[in-house]
Write a protein that binds this ligand. Structure first.
Ligand code: S6P
Ligand code: ZN
Length: 187
């Protein structure tokens, strides 16, 4: 049952790519993410024009209007800065107590959660996985695989995005590969 639902949304996402909808697309390059990665020496050796992830969003109602839903499709490229995997910037919602769904479409990764006390936990993201992100919880996705990681998202139209606190304080855990093994380094 669960698998059936995900397979049909995958067909919609991958085959039709929001066809006929007004889609707003954006790309985050390494140059947009200098503060995010730990290893500044490894970072400076890479091409700043390397894309890290791209997002297609469908906003059927005005931003901030209550009662609507927004929809996003994110694709994170495979790659690392030093040992640290490519990832999204991550954010809290500005309207703090608003939740979100993520679901894995292709590839593999980790969804990292962090609450307001900086407690972190993670869920594995794979093709068909479903993730509920509660309110007051920052969320970031990390591509731990060797292919593109694609996932869907659906969130309330009045959620808003607070990137500032993550830009300033970061997450209290990092996901890196060391000696061929994936490890989570906690603060
Ligand atoms: C929006 C939703 C996603 C992200 C996207 C990029 O609430 O969580 O569409 O915007 O995955 O991540 P970020 O952290 O750069 O917004
Ligand atoms: Zn969000």
């Amino acid at each position: 049952m669960r698998q059936g639902i995900i397979q049909s949304s995958k067909m919609f996402l991958v085959a039709n790519r929001l066809e006929g909808k007004k889609v707003e697309s954006s790309i985050r390059y390494l140059s947009d993410m200098e503060a995010v990665f730990m290893d500044k020496v490894a970072f400076s050796a890479l091409d700043p024009q390397q894309p890290v992830y791209e997002v297609d969003c469908y906003f059927p109602v005005a931003d901030n209007k209550s009662g609507g839903l927004f929809f996003g499709l994110t694709r994170i490229f495979p790659g690392k800065v030093g040992g640290e995997f490519f990832m999204t910037k991550g954010h809290f919602h500005s309207n703090n107590d608003t939740a979100e769904f993520y679901w894995g479409i292709k590839g593999k990764g980790l969804l990292l959660f962090m609450d307001k006390t900086r407690k972190v936990w993670a869920e594995e993201m794979t093709e068909g996985s479903v993730h509920y992100i509660p309110g007051n919880t920052a969320h970031r996705v990390i591509n731990t695989g060797v292919e593109m990681l694609s996932f869907g998202a659906c969130w309330p139209s009045d959620a808003g995005h607070d990137y500032g606190s993550i830009e300033k304080e970061g997450f209290s855990a990092r996901v890196v590969e060391k000696d061929g093994k994936l490890i989570i380094i906690e603060e």
